[in-house]
Ligand binder design. Structure first.
Ligand code: KG4
Ligand code: ZN
Length: 340
C-alpha cells in the first residue's frame, strides 16, 4: 500500500525566498513566498549580493511559517527538496545550506531539484500529467520546449539562442521606462493598447524549434531612437502591444507545431512569462482549436515558488532519487532526466 508523503520544498534561486509543504506531489498544504521585488525595484533588476542577503534574512522564517501553516512538525515530513540549480550561485547556496541543515537536524533525506523541472511540475499540483507531454518553459532565465515521454524524462527540442523571453520583457520594459519586473507591466499596457507597432518575428530556420529574442529587443530600441531623433515621443502602450504580439505569435506557433509533430497528449506552459495574459489566451485558443489538452497553472504557481520544487522533489523521491549533504548550489545545472 502506498503511504502519503509530505515534502518540504525550498526555493532561493533568484529573488524569491520560498518554502512549501506538498502532499503526495499534488496537494499544497502550505506555500510561503517572501518576494524581494520591492527592494530590487530600486536597482531596476536583481542584484545578486542583495538577493543573497535577503535570502539569509528570510529563509528560517519562511521555513518555520511553511511548517506552522501546515500544522506539521519536522518529524512528520518525509524529505526536503531544494532547488540545486540553475540560478544565482550565492542565492542557491542559502537554500541548499538551509535544506542540508534542516535535513541533517531532523534525520530526513534531501533531494536536489532542477529549477525548470520545478516549473514543469507546478502543473502536477493542478492536474495529472499525461505523456507524451510538451512543456513550454518561459521564464526570466529560460525559453525552452521540452518533450516528456514519462515522469522524470526531459528531452530538449528547442531553446533560445540568445535572450530568454522574460529577459526580453524586462529589457524592453526598461527601454520603455517601466519599473522592474517588466513582464507584468508590458502585459498590462499591451492589454490596454488600441494599436500595435509592427515588429519582426524571429522564425529562424523553418524546421527549428529554437527561439531568438535579441533581434526583437534591438528593433524596439531602434524604433525608439528613430522617433527620438525626429523629436517625437513613443507611445509605450503601442510598443508594448507590438512587442508582445511578436513574442506570443512565435511562442504559440512553435509550441503548436511541436505538439503536432510529437503527437503529444498534453501541453503545459510553465515559468514566470506563462503568467502573461496575452500568451495564455493565445495558447488556449490555438490548442483548443486543435483539440489538444492545454494547461497552465494559476499565476502564483507560474512565478517562482517552492510548491513546484516540492512537487518535482516528490516525483524524484518516489522514484528513489536522493541527494546527500555534500550537495552544492549549481548555477549552470543542466536539465537532465532522472528516468531515462
Ligand atoms: O519564473 P520566474 O518567476 O523566475 C525565473 O525563473 O526566471 O520568471 C520571472 C520572469 C521575469 O522576467 C518577469 O518579467 C516575467 O517572468 N513575468 C512576466 C509576467 N509576469 C512575470 N512576463 C510577461 N508577462 C507577465 N505577466
Ligand atoms: Zn523560475
Amino acid at each position: 500500500m502506498m503511504t502519503d508523503n509530505y515534502i518540504l520544498g525550498i526555493e532561493t534561486s533568484c529573488d524569491e525566498t520560498a518554502a512549501s509543504i506538498v502532499k503526495n506531489g499534488t496537494e499544497i498544504i502550505s506555500n510561503v513566498v517572501a518576494s524581494q521585488i520591492v527592494s530590487q525595484k530600486r536597482f531596476g533588476g536583481v542584484v545578486p549580493e542583495i538577493a543573497s542577503r535577503h535570502h539569509v534574512e528570510q529563509i528560517t522564517l519562511v521555513i518555520e511559517e511553511a511548517l506552522a501553516e501546515a500544522g506539521l512538525l519536522p518529524g512528520q515530513l518525509d524529505a526536503v527538496a531544494v532547488t540545486e540549480g540553475p540560478g544565482l550561485v550565492g542565492a542557491l547556496l542559502i537554500g541548499v545550506n538551509a535544506a542540508k541543515a534542516f535535513a541533517f537536524a531532523n534525520g530526513l533525506p534531501i533531494v536536489g531539484v532542477h529549477h525548470i523541472a520545478g516549473h514543469i511540475y507546478a502543473n502536477e499540483l493542478m492536474q495529472p500529467m499525461e505523456f507524451p507531454l510538451l512543456a513550454l518553459i518561459v521564464s526570466g532565465g529560460h525559453t525552452e520546449l521540452v518533450l516528456m515521454e514519462r515522469h522524470g524524462s526531459f528531452k530538449l527540442i528547442g531553446e533560445t539562442r540568445d535572450d530568454a523571453a522574460g529577459e526580453a520583457y524586462d529589457k524592453v520594459a526598461r527601454v520603455l521606462g517601466l519599473p522592474y519586473p517588466g513582464g507584468p507591466q508590458i502585459d498590462r499596457l499591451a492589454a490596454e493598447s488600441d494599436a500595435e507597432i509592427p515588429f519582426p518575428r524571429a522564425w529562424l530556420e523553418p524546421d527549428s524549434y529554437d527561439f531568438s529574442f535579441s533581434g526583437l529587443k534591438s528593433s524596439v530600441i531602434n524604433y525608439k531612437h528613430n522617433l527620438e531623433q525626429r523629436g517625437e515621443q513613443i507611445n509605450p502602450a503601442h510598443v508594448a502591444a507590438g512587442f508582445q504580439a511578436s513574442v506570443v505569435e512565435v511562442l504559440t506557433t512553435k509550441a503548436l507545431k511541436a505538439a503536432k509533430e510529437y503527437k503529444v497528449k498534453q501541453v503545459i506552459a510553465a515559468g514566470g512569462v506563462a503568467a502573461n495574459k496575452g500568451l495564455r489566451a493565445s495558447l488556449e485558443m490555438a490548442f483548443h482549436q486543435e483539440e489538444i489538452p492545454f494547461y497552465v497553472p494559476p499565476i502564483a504557481l507560474c512565478t517562482d515558488n517552492a510548491a513546484m520544487i516540492a512537487a518535482a522533489g516528490s516525483a524524484m523521491f518516489v522514484d528513489g532519487i536522493r541527494g546527500n549533504l555534500a550537495m552544492n548550489g549549481k548555477p549552470g545545472m543542466p536539465l537532465t532526466s532522472w528516468n531515462q
